[in-house]
Design a protein around this ligand. Structure first.
Ligand SMILES: *Cc1c(COP(=O)(O)O)cnc(C)c1O
Length: 358
């Protein structure tokens, strides 16, 4: 029996996507073989990757002067690729909203002069810090933000006014959950395993003028220009993960796209946050105005009760609700693929648990 899986990542995927993949697993169309077994240079795979890119482009209304790349190495490799490619002036500015920002900062520091403009570390990253626009160095090569912090459950509701400094955004746990204006960003990157598909592929959306800045001695595989020139086929791409991502994009498009899923995501999050706001037992850990739609951390304030909740929830078919060790308590990740019924069932279970543990 499939459970409601609230994992932060790898996360649940839409059942219709899994079923479609299952149907075509041993033989894809009339190809006589599975997607896993076909050459990445074959016409059949070329069609798969081209279609995946086109669907993603239409979902996010990606302007023509942006390239979409399907890379490997996870969002974590982007922490390194970004500074190796965007470093003309040797400077980068960051907003630190938690563990993922810190990892990105650490990699940039190896090659650039890094300035952290603002941080919410003083309150366990439970809010998005305000940034004084005048503190952004106008000669910085980029300004990096973690758009939605998966661990702490925060989300930027407003972009910093960066002027001509390209904003580089880690959207691993945010991409495709709401409409975005891609033209406001220099680079958007996202590991697939949260809101796109299985682990193994990373989506990079990059403005064309930011391609080509890597040094001669930059490892070939870390150079955006190579991947852009070769349409993500410099070497063997993660073919099956790209195929699955393509099915996921199509699933979303058939539902009405990002605009339609946003409505559902807002509704899902409201069910959970409204209850957290009225509960006497559970409370959300993030300030209201910076709450994420995708990752919802909450606590009872009592570790034993938290542990009992997680255990009993699992027995009720609500899995992976344990919070990240740095926040404790619980976290419900409610990405696009989480049906609204899953959130309703979670809240019903929380109410029951609260009544029992008053
Ligand atoms: C999961 C996650 C990462 C790490 O992704 P990998 O694909 O495992 O490298 C980075 N940033 C954010 C915001 C994430 O949620």
């Amino acid at each position: 029996m499939r459970v409601y899986n609230f994992s932060a990542g790898p996360a649940n995927m839409p059942l219709p996507v899994l079923e479609k993949a299952q149907k075509d697993l041993a033989e894809y169309g009339s190809a006589g073989m599975s997607v896993m077994e076909m050459s990445h240079r074959s016409a059949a795979f070329k069609e798969i990757i081209t279609q995946a890119e086109a669907t993603l482009r239409s979902l996010l209304h990606v302007p023509d002067n942006y390239k979409i790349l399907f890379l490997q190495g996870g969002a974590s490799l982007q922490f390194s690729m970004v500074p190796l490619n965007l470093h003309k002036n040797g400077k980068a500015d960051f907003i630190n909203t938690g563990a993922w920002s810190k990892k990105a900062i650490k990699e940039s520091k190896k090659v650039l002069d890094v300035k952290v403009l603002a941080s919410s570390e003083d309150q366990t990253f439970s809010y998005i810090p305000k940034v004084d626009a005048s503190s952004i160095r106008q000669d910085a090569d980029f300004l990096h933000i973690t758009y939605n912090n998966t661990i702490y459950g925060t989300k930027f509701h407003q972009l910093p006014e960066a002027g001509n400094v390209p904003i580089v955004s880690d959207m691993s746990s945010y991409i495709l959950s709401e409409p975005i204006d891609v033209s406001k960003f220099g680079i958007i990157y996202a590991g697939a395993q949260k809101n796109i598909g299985p682990a193994g592929v990373t989506v990079v959306i990059i403005r064309e003028d930011l391609i080509g800045g890597a040094d001669e001695d930059c490892p070939t595989m870390l150079d955006y220009a190579i991947h852009a020139e070769k349409d993500s086929m410099y070497n063997t791409p993660p073919t099956f993960a790209i195929y699955m991502a393509g099915l996921g994009f199509q699933w979303l498009k058939d539902l009405g796209g990002v605009e339609a899923i946003q409505k559902v995501n807002v509704e899902k999050a409201a069910i959970l946050y409204d209850y957290l706001d009225e509960s006497q037992l559970f409370k959300g850990t993030v300030v209201k105005e910076d709450r994420s739609l995708m990752n919802v951390p909450f606590v009872t304030g009592n570790e034993e009760l938290d542990a009992a909740f997680i255990k009993e929830a699992k027995a009720a078919g609500l899995e992976n609700l344990k919070g990240h060790r740095s926040v404790g308590g619980m976290r419900a990740s409610i990405y696009n693929a989480m049906p609204i019924e899953g959130v309703k069932k979670l809240v019903a279970f929380m109410k029951e648990f609260e009544a029992k543990n008053k």
